[in-house]
Design a protein around this ligand. Structure first.
Ligand code: TRP
Length: 336
């Protein structure tokens, strides 16, 4: 029997290289060996975009197309939309009794996000909603409704998986052994740095290369990327290890090219402008197959709809089975 994987993404924007190397490539590899539920977490995205439903809806399709473009195969993955599975909302309500408000406030992921909101919005950032504070509870329902055993996530999500495990243990100890306790799986690939050298690539940081960026945008972004600031003249020797252009060559260029680039850079036999131009070409080549698949789905929106509909149907079936067990355990299985 294949193990069950569940993971989710918030539809807040298009996928960028950070998503691809940090998570997406891993999903593509894992899709053959597991029963894989991949959730587009639109309800979770609404926790901080409740006043902008158009954006969340648009991005649900964007992210679906991006995922198909990077090689997620609908035959192997149940790609589904969170809001279309009411069982998740039902389970969230039951779980909300099993966690204290102070425990949620102490959750490191939530704490960081509240701090970020304060930075962005000043004191207004302090007034957080019930829904926002409770999203870890809803995320616990996302995972357990599908009996997810493994949850591939970035390290920022680990406290949320821990929260889920606690809720599951509490549930099982009160109502009897019913739910599966999941485990986080951290991907080997580390975070992808931004074009500006920031440790993290992010949309809000303005330092990301998106999979849907057109050639002109890629060119502009790469020409502006951070290089070794100690290098002044074209033939000064430089340190590739502090240069983002070299960093991205390593991600997308061929190994022998990368070696050559490194030694030329160290010797002062390579100018930054030429090096950036080579990276632009390597990046375009790297993104080419992804863009082709993306273009296909842009031209066939009805196929995207079908993938989501089928995925959601399969996910709903699984969630319904789990909820039967949950209601029975909680003695609320009145008409079943
Ligand atoms: N919180 C995750 C993020 O912000 C998205 C997510 C929603 C998720 N539900 C999930 C991740 C369940 C793992 C498991 O990216």
């Amino acid at each position: 029997m294949k193990k069950t994987i569940l993971t989710g993404l918030r539809p807040t924007g298009n996928l960028h290289l950070g998503h691809l190397f940090g998570a997406g490539q891993n999903y593509v590899k894992m899709q053959y060996d597991y029963d894989f539920f991949l959730e587009i977490a639109d309800v979770q995205a609404l926790t901080d975009n409740f006043d902008n439903p158009e954006k969340v809806r648009k991005n649900t399709y964007e992210i679906a197309k991006d995922l198909l473009a990077i090689g997620i195969e609908p035959e192997n993955v149940h790609l589904f939309i969170q809001s279309q599975i009411p069982e998740i909302a039902e389970l969230t309500v039951f779980f909300s009794n099993l966690v204290t408000v102070s425990r949620l406030q102490r959750n490191p992921t939530i704490k960081t996000e509240i701090a970020q909101k304060k930075e962005l919005f000043g004191n207004e950032g302090e007034s957080i909603t019930y829904g926002f504070l409770g999203y870890p509870v809803s995320q616990a329902a996302d995972i357990t409704a599908f009996e997810g055993e493994l949850v591939p996530v970035g390290d920022d999500q680990v406290p949320l998986i821990e929260q889920c495990r606690e809720i599951v243990r509490k549930f099982n100890s009160i109502y009897g052994d019913t739910l599966v306790e999941p485990e986080a799986v951290l991907s080997e690939t580390t975070r992808v740095k931004g074009l500006d050298g920031n440790e993290k690539m992010g949309k809000s940081l303005g330092n990301a290369v998106f999979l849907v960026d057109d050639d002109e945008t890629i060119k502009k972004k790469i020409m502006g990327a951070l290089t070794d600031t100690n290098k002044i003249k074209k033939d000064d020797p430089a340190n590739p290890d502090v240069c983002m252009v070299y960093y991205y060559h390593k991600l997308v260029n061929k190994d022998d090219e990368v070696k050559k680039i490194c030694s030329e850079c160290k010797k002062g036999a390579r100018g930054c402008v030429g090096c950036k131009k080579e990276l632009i070409e390597a990046m375009k080549e790297f993104l080419q197959p992804i863009k082709e698949r993306r273009a296909y789905y842009d031209e066939h929106p009805e196929e995207v709809d079908k993938v989501l509909k089928d995925g959601t149907e399969a996910a709903k079936k699984k969630a319904e089975e789990t909820m039967k067990k949950v209601r029975k355990a909680m003695k609320i299985d009145y008409y079943e």
